[in-house]
Design a protein. Structure first.
Length: 257
């Protein structure tokens, strides 16, 4: 009844939440634990086995993801964010162990965890991962799962601004010349041409182009009025003649949603 989760655990999704039942190396014990706990989990109760010994890493991750998925249902968080949090929780479980007490985690544990991530991640991704891990552990204290906040020590922090600047400098400036943009526009199909022009004309990113509704466009006046999808900050932008022409060309051929 269980499936192998990338974290190295046997897992099962119950009521929309993924629960972990043991290591790949011992499938019989994982199935036995599942059989003992499934009725409580289906009823929305924390099984007694998981209650003993305080809040474990696995319990924390289960509770945190359950809370975030409720935010997804109400439109307060995106599926992409849920996917990121699920990967982060899998890393936490793999690094600290499912049955480790959250309250027992020490600064040395977090310093080791960060060092392992730094071996494979760039500075930007490492910083994002550190923020997500801290978010999960802050949830434990805020929701009363542990008696006192977790101590990270000085070794579990985002990379410094100077490190981020040096990494950007190594990659060089990420700029398109006017000639390159004109070349791409000459090869692009209608929807891609409209998106490229929205990007250089209005600063729209992928999500803004993908979710832009037609009623946000006033092509007669040459304006777009569309709030940022993530922050809901309002913005309005005058459209160039080239952008209006590209949007009109695409809208005429746009398939019915």
């Amino acid at each position: 009844p269980l499936w192998p989760h990338p974290s190295g655990q046997w897992a099962k999704k119950i009521n929309g939440t993924t629960y972990y039942f043991g290591r790949w190396s011992d499938p019989d014990a994982a199935e036995e634990r599942y059989e003992a706990e499934r009725d409580d989990l289906r009823a929305g109760r924390i099984p007694r086995q998981r209650q003993s010994g305080g809040c474990t890493v696995e319990m924390l991750c289960d509770k945190f993801l359950e809370h975030k998925r409720r935010g997804l249902a109400t439109g307060e968080i995106s599926q992409r964010s849920i996917d990121d949090y699920e990967r982060t929780c899998a890393k936490i479980i793999c690094s600290f162990g499912e049955n480790r007490s959250v309250q027992d985690l020490s600064p040395d544990d977090f310093a080791c965890f960060r060092s392992k991530m730094a071996e494979n991640y760039g500075a930007v991704r490492l910083g994002n991962e550190v923020v997500r891990v801290r978010c999960v552990l802050k949830f434990a204290f805020d929701w009363g799962l542990i008696a006192s906040p977790v101590r990270y020590g000085g070794g579990f922090s985002k990379p410094k601004a100077a490190v981020l600047r040096r990494e950007r400098q190594k990659k060089g400036k990420r700029m398109f010349t006017p000639e390159e943009i004109r070349t791409v526009l000459g090869k692009a199909n209608k929807p891609m041409k409209a998106m490229i022009l929205l990007g250089i004309n209005c600063g729209f990113g992928n999500e803004a182009c993908a979710t832009l509704p037609l009623d946000a466009l006033d092509l007669k006046r040459g304006w777009v009025d569309y709030a940022r999808p993530k922050t809901a900050v309002e913005r309005a932008c005058p459209l160039w003649h080239e952008t209006v022409a590209a949007l009109n060309d695409y809208v005429a051929d746009r398939p019915k949603p």
